[in-house]
Design a protein around this ligand. Structure first.
Ligand code: PHE
Length: 355
């Protein structure tokens, strides 16, 4: 029997008996390792007589391919066997409870901003934005606020750099000026965003959120303001009827000015908006002062309109029964888990004040 045939028979039968990966690897290196039988045979080729070399080389190549194929097949078999064994031995308990996973929640403030934006967009308001860091001109002067107004005091306003008049905006009203300066009337916009004041207790936080509204056109009057706010409150609190009270007030940038209260009562420990004999203040508003229009390059003889500013956090507290404003900004994940919104949920979960 030729040498090649011997090797073949010996190793085919060896491979046939192999049962595990370890043994297979051993045989592989016995054959094809650095000093393996096949590798050595190839090295010997040069010392073989020329007339026999070609035939030997081709036989050797043939053997090499054959053995490699058998090893490959064996390798696959062993792996399949291992998988099958695992499947047989590992018992899966299908009655075990599923693994829970943590999914993110939408913060009540973001939720309310979304709701409010969609309510106003239905009646033609578009959304504007302004910077949190403002200068004194946009935040106060252009809004007709006199030099000696108490709001300008350091005790009320966070100044960043007095020499450059930089401050954290105390309301969203500067967006009125920015919007009017960059466009031409009519204007019908809302502007949600962060605002800052030197204040901190259960219902005040140094950073809070407001929504500005501004509607300027040729014949806008206080009736339009009332109609708009009635529509908004009814839609937002999802009630058919609502009691609203306009209380005369003062803002330097509106004339006349009013503060708006909504009626409510507590029933079974929950707040009911729109009925009852109690009043809650929710916003400030008025007809835009002619000086403000002039500062914003709008002719007050031709154009007029109303503006309002709503506290967004307040709305969120009222609608979703959250008592402490400071918790909004403490970033406690357990709080968010409870009060936050599922991104795919339509919000109908009115919780009432009792919680
Ligand atoms: N900017 C006022 C505030 O922060 C609210 C307001 C806005 C009042 C627009 C009138 C018109 O209290």
């Amino acid at each position: 029997m030729s040498e090649i045939k011997k090797i073949k028979e010996e190793y085919i039968s060896k491979l046939d008996k192999v049962l595990d990966q370890h043994k297979l690897n051993e045989i592989k290196s016995e054959l094809f390792g650095k000093n393996g039988i096949i590798s050595n045979k190839f090295k010997q080729l040069s010392s073989i007589n020329e007339d026999k070399r070609k035939e030997f080389a081709s036989e050797l190549n043939f053997l090499k391919n054959e053995l490699q194929e058998v090893i490959l097949k064996k390798n696959e078999d062993i792996q399949n066997q291992e998988i099958n064994k695992k499947l047989k031995d590992d018992n899966i308990d299908v009655t075990l409870p599923g693994r829970s996973y943590f999914s993110g929640k939408i913060h009540p403030v973001s939720q309310v901003i979304d709701e409010v934006t969609s309510i106003f967009s239905e009646i033609g308001f578009s959304v504007e934005e302004g910077p949190d860091v403002e200068n004194e001109y946009y935040n106060f002067s252009a809004l007709n606020t006199p030099e000696n107004h108490p709001a300008r005091d350091m005790h009320d306003t966070f100044y960043l750099d007095r020499s450059k008049d930089l401050l954290l905006r105390t309301h969203t009203s500067p967006v009125q000026i920015r919007t009017m300066l960059k466009g031409k009337p009519p204007f019908k916009i809302i502007a949600p965003g962060r605002t800052y004041r030197h204040d901190s207790d259960q219902t005040h936080s140094p950073m809070f959120h407001q929504l500005e509204g501004l509607h300027i056109d040729k014949s806008i009057n206080m009736g339009h303001l009332k109609g708009c706010l009635y529509y908004f409150v009814k839609k937002f609190f999802e009630v058919d009827k609502v009691k609203i009270r306009f209380r005369p007030s003062h803002f330097p940038f509106t004339e006349p000015s009013a503060e708006v209260d909504i009626g409510y009562k507590i029933q079974d420990g929950k707040i009911k908006i729109g009925e009852g004999d109690k009043w809650l203040e929710i916003l400030g508003c008025g007809m835009v002062h002619p000086n403000v229009l002039k500062n914003a390059k709008v002719n007050p003889k031709q154009y007029q309109g109303y503006a309002f500013g709503v506290g967004i956090d307040r709305l969120a507290m009222l609608k979703y029964g959250i008592n402490d404003l400071r918790a909004f900004f403490e970033s406690d994940i357990r709080w968010l888990e409870f009060y936050g919104f599922d991104p795919l949920d339509v919000p109908t979960n009115y919780r009432g004040l009792s919680r």
